[in-house]
Design a protein around this ligand. Structure first.
Ligand SMILES: Nc1ncnc2c1ncn2[C@@H]1O[C@H](COP(=O)(O)OP(=O)(O)OP(=O)(O)O)[C@@H](O)[C@H]1O
Length: 330
């Protein structure tokens, strides 16, 4: 294990930001800290970086007790959402900065920076100023700069948070490919479940200062530990007091077997290749998503009576809150 966080507590005044957090983050992997805003993700990342100190507990990085080490002695690279570049320095000089202050030989700096600019696909922009780059290019420059000094650990705090959806998605694919090339232990903070599911090897779900679950994207999606994780990781709907994913529900034309749940189709929406149907069951709307072909084969329309059945392999959770209209999130 590369980063061992044990029993970390952090308060800001009376407010408990982290409550007895213990997490093992494996070497060479891309790990997401995922959770809602204010849950404590950034605080945990900053404690790993040494930018914040824990009230109690310890942080070990590659076998070294880093709990009391200042940030510069932890050998971590850091990239924030709003990256502070040196405005008057070229992209090349920005990337070279860490190597220059470490007084590395000029030739070494040049070849290392060339290599990094190639890695982040910014070779042709080496002589531009940061202001002449797009937001996505600037974040790539920030990553190159953080990687320049060969950190043991790369820490990214919502690195693509300020970018528009399309660029975010491109950069997320790019980060995954970059990681497959360099394999540096990387921890990144995100509140976007899709980003975490798509990019990471492992996910730590953090909410209200506590770890809700740790696992692979598949573990979390298919076997959520509780209804919070189930809700946070993808769309859910409620059927018979249990949370279930709308795509794990199937509709069948009647008549029903004795145990079947029947309802009336009250809404039909087409979302791209998918169909989203609301079926009112005992006065509560249940959301079912299906493919367009399956929908057409079913031959239902508004007002049709249908049977709603959950896939026998579906993961479900007892709902601890009152059913709400529609699926959430997404
Ligand atoms: N320096 C500070 N002083 C006081 N409160 C703080 C400080 N830093 C963070 N907090 C509080 O601690 C809580 C956790 O903040 P943190 O930034 O870790 O959350 P987060 O999960 O990263 O959320 P976000 O995605 O919004 O950044 C928040 O309620 C925040 O207001």
């Amino acid at each position: 294990m590369s980063i061992e966080i044990s029993g970390v507590n952090k308060r800001f005044g009376d407010f408990v930001a982290l409550d007895d957090v213990s997490v093992s983050i494996p070497s060479g992997k891309l790990t997401a800290l995922l959770g809602p805003s204010g849950g404590g993700k950034s605080t945990l990342l900053r404690i790993i970086a040494g930018l914040e100190t824990a009230d109690s507990g310890s942080v070990e990085i590659e076998g070294v007790d880093a709990t009391k080490l200042p940030p510069q002695k932890r050998n971590v690279g850091f990239v924030f959402q709003h990256y502070a570049a040196f405005k008057h320095l070229s992209v090349r000089r920005n990337v070279a900065f860490g190597l220059e202050i470490r007084k590395r030989p000029r030739d070494e700096i040049r070849s290392r920076v060339d290599e990094l600019l190639k890695l982040v696909h910014l070779e042709q922009f080496a002589d531009r100023l940061p202001s002449q780059l797009s937001g996505g290019q600037r974040q790539r420059m920030a990553l190159a700069r953080a990687l320049a000094v060969q950190p043991t650990v790369l820490l990214l705090d919502e690195p693509f948070g300020a970018l528009d959806a399309k660029v975010r998605k491109e950069l997320r694919d790019w980060l995954r490919r970059l990681h497959d090339e360099v394999h540096v232990t990387t921890v990144f903070v995100t509140h976007d479940q899709e980003e975490a599911l798509e990019v990471s090897d492992g996910i730590v779900v953090i909410n209200d200062g506590r770890v809700e679950q740790i696992g692979t994207p598949d573990d979390l999606y298919d076997r959520p530990a509780n209804d919070f994780v189930m809700r946070f990781l993808g769309p859910v709907t409620t059927l018979g007091g249990r949370l279930v994913r709308p795509h794990d529900l199937h509709l069948h034309p009647g008549p029903a077997a004795p145990d079947d749940v029947t309802g009336t189709v009250t809404r039909i929406t087409r979302i791209g290749f998918e169909m989203r149907l609301e079926v009112e069951v005992d006065g509560t709307p249940v959301v079912v998503t299906t493919t367009r072909n399956a929908f057409l084969a079913l031959g239902v329309e508004l007002g049709s009576t249908v049977v709603v059945r959950a896939d026998p392999d579906a993961s479900t959770h007892l709902s601890t809150v009152k059913p709400t209209v529609g699926a959430s999130p997404g």
